[in-house]
Write a protein that binds this ligand. Structure first.
Ligand code: BTN
Length: 277
């Protein structure tokens, strides 16, 4: 499955140290050539006593996991990483970790000049195409999250489907190269996750949500749900999409709000302004 790609661990460490401006790294790095899934390996390491901050990176995955039980096709050239954290969150708030990571990574990429946005709930989009995705998995004890694994896949030079885009080619098309290699992209993503989780734990969910919604490419989109037209107006603290529905009562127009859970609809990558579900 593809040729082996060298991953320069020292370059990643040096980049992280430079970017974080002090030398104590909160990450313990485990880098592999090929794994079934970085999320799976990280859970195995956690079961053997690995600490929060443990990071697993693979140059390819043979059974990468995507959202909603899908496969995440993971040939060499892509970024595949998972980070372990122990957030203080109720089991019902686990989706906040995905929102926080999406916001943090997107913000960090934007600082590098990459004009990326978020497609609800967990996609990173660039030029209307999917650049990457996030899969958070949690272990719950007595209603609280005891451990969480945040998995991120980003298209760097790997082949992508028609709805996807890879970052290296995109940078070349824009004539800039602020992210020159996979190691710098990895550092950018790790710093983004760190910033996102810090925003959630220090600032709280309301601040995180307003930051997240600012980067949401779906705001104002019109969507049909059960033949009724709704407009995307935000996301709530469970990660549900908020829609204002337009309904015609006997003689007045009302706009009640409904929420849709992640996974119940897909907002797609079509460019038409009104989507139907
Ligand atoms: C999505 O479906 O959009 C989320 C994809 C998440 C893929 C990443 S790749 C690294 C980590 N390990 C996995 O098995 N999945 C996540």
């Amino acid at each position: 499955m593809g040729t082996a790609v060298e991953f320069d661990q020292q370059l990643l460490i040096d980049t992280l140290k430079t970017e974080r401006k002090y030398s104590n790294l909160p990450f313990s790095l485990h880098i592999f050539d090929s794994l079934a899934s970085t999320n799976q390996t990280l859970w195995e390491l956690l079961n053997q006593g690995a600490k929060p901050g443990t990071v697993v990176i693979a140059t390819q995955q043979t059974a990468g996991r995507g959202q909603w039980g899908r496969q995440w096709v993971s040939p060499t050239g892509g970024l595949y990483l998972s980070v372990a954290i122990t957030p203080k969150l109720a089991a019902t708030d686990g989706y906040q970790l995905t929102l926080a990571s999406a916001w943090g990574i997107t913000t960090q990429l934007q600082k590098c000049g990459v004009n990326v946005g978020i497609k609800w709930p967990n996609d990173l989009v660039l030029s209307g195409r999917k650049l990457g995705g996030i899969l958070t998995e949690t272990k719950v004890h007595q209603g609280q999250i005891s451990q969480a694994v945040i998995g991120v896949g980003i298209n760097w030079t790997n082949p992508v489907p028609e709805t996807g885009i890879n970052l290296k080619l995109w940078q070349e098309s824009q004539n800039f190269r602020t992210i020159p290699c996979l190691e710098v992209l990895t550092s950018t993503v790790l710093l983004g996750i760190e910033a996102g989780i810090e925003c959630l734990t220090q600032g709280g969910i309301d601040i995180l949500l307003s930051n997240y919604v600012n980067l949401l490419t779906n705001m104002g989109d019109q969507v049909y749900v059960n033949n009724l037209l709704g407009t995307v107006v935000g996301v709530n603290s469970q990660g549900n999409l908020r829609l204002k529905m337009t309904t015609q009562n006997t003689n007045s127009l009302t706009t009640p709000e409904i929420v849709l859970e992640p996974g119940t609809i897909s907002l797609g990558y079509r460019r038409s302004s009104v989507k139907e579900f």
